[in-house]
Design a protein around this ligand. Sequence first.
Ligand code: BG6
Ligand code: MG
Length: 223
Amino acid sequence: MNKIGVIFDLDGVIVDTAKYHFLAWKELANHLGFEFTEAHNEQLKGVSRVRSLEILLDIGKVELSDEKKQEFLVSKNEHYLQYIHEMGPEEILPGASNLLDTLDDLGIQYVLGSASKNAPLILKQVNLFDRFVGIVDGNSVSKAKPDPEVFLIGAEKLKLKPEQCVVFEDAIAGIDAANAAHMISIGVGDKQTLSKADFNVEDLTEITSGFIKSLITKIETVK
Ligand code: BG6
Ligand code: MG
């Protein structure tokens, strides 16, 4: 019987797709006649595709019909997928593969909890798809992060209570979602940005087997 389970965000935790989202959104912004910077792109991390377009249009102070918005959502995704189709296992972020190995060794199962509708494809591109016991992605949820829905469905897939789950996230909305789900939240990236996380690491190379074991003890103690 598993004592804990792990839920991974994808973009920014397992792989860095933000750079490809940036290139595709930037092209759209330029097409619409305004600049879109890396700083602007930060606002789109962890945010759904539809919401990302709304934020981008706000930045450019551009108003569009629903029909045009739909058209640009499709063309942006087609452009983004050109980059995704070029991805391979070399794009897995530092420490991610080792952490999955550590969890396998400890008999701890893990699922994906991502806002991306392209998550299954991305995991296949980097040869990690088969390792997850479940995938919860942008197609499976009705409410986006910071709503906890994505992680609560993840807990169901792990057959665990939310309190037994540990979430790895790089976005503020994701940390908020994990905290709202009463899970242990681990912020991956800038400690100040992710100050609401229960634990913080710069990247997954910092997560040791000893740390995971300490989480098992912690979760056992609160039960
Ligand atoms: C999240 C990314 O994982 O997925 C966001 O952090 C992105 O930047 C969102 O907008 C939706 O992705 P997709 O692949 O469905 O367009
Ligand atoms: Mg992310």
